[in-house]
Design a protein. Structure first.
Length: 231
């Protein structure tokens, strides 16, 4: 909205996608006025239920982002007949619009927190995410996965909040451990079960290969099929 007066230059026809109706794909035809404000300035009428330049309604984006909370991006794309990149971009934009700003300096009542790295895109583009393990809420997101990134979050916490943190859950990488030891010396470091079991399984597999190579024919026959035996 500019407050400037203008005249309608022409009407623009657009087709946008809405939530499925009775299991069928739903497309909406809309007509927007292009207003001639001045000689070199033309503006298109704003639509309440579609963002500028978007081919999807707000409620369709809400549907896509909601499905992404329970399904993989690939599954959502296959279910709705969209490209993988389209689903990812819709979800990312919707989360940016709806999630509140996360300010570490305003956080209180933290006792147990968790930190992890997530891939933001294909390749090696990572983000650090921090959770309140008691309430199950996302409380901070930072670009990168280094000790400095996590330390940035910890240093912004109020002193009273930081001092009250008793434990931090994480994977077994050294970077997050370093940040906790420097910024939260009173907190325990707890390795998450997934990575502990993953390393345990790799250790068992490697040792089994070593023993199998050393075994004679009879011992190898005995060891076959024992890989997944639960003690």
């Amino acid at each position: 909205m500019t407050g400037k007066k203008g005249t309608i230059n022409r009407y623009i026809q657009r087709q946008v996608r809405d939530v499925p109706f009775c299991g069928r794909r739903c497309l909406i035809e809309i007509e927007l006025a292009q207003v001639w404000v001045s000689k070199n300035e033309r503006r298109v009428e704003r639509c309440e239920f579609v963002d500028k330049g978007s081919r999807f309604t707000h409620r369709f984006c809400h549907l896509v982002s909601g499905l992404c909370r329970h399904m993989s991006i690939q599954s959502v794309a296959r279910h709705l007949g969209l490209r993988w990149e389209t689903v990812k971009n819709i979800d990312k934009a919707y989360l940016h619009k709806t999630l509140p700003a996360l300010d570490p300096s305003t956080l209180t009542d933290l006792k147990y927190i968790g930190v992890d790295e997530v891939a933001r895109a294909k390749g090696h583009d990572y983000m650090t995410v921090v959770y309140d393990m008691v309430k199950g809420h996302l409380i901070w997101v930072g670009t990168g996965r280094t000790a400095e990134v996590f330390s940035e979050f910890l240093r912004q916490l109020p002193k009273q909040t930081a001092a009250a943190i008793e434990a931090v859950a994480m994977d077994m990488g050294p970077s997050y451990q370093k940040a906790v030891k420097e910024c939260l010396p009173q907190a325990d470091i707890v390795f998450d079960r997934f990575h502990v079991m993953q390393n345990y399984s790799k250790t068992i597999q490697n040792q089994r290969r070593i023993e199998f190579r050393k075994a004679n024919k009879a011992e190898k026959e005995l060891m076959k099929g024992t890989h997944f035996i639960v003690a």
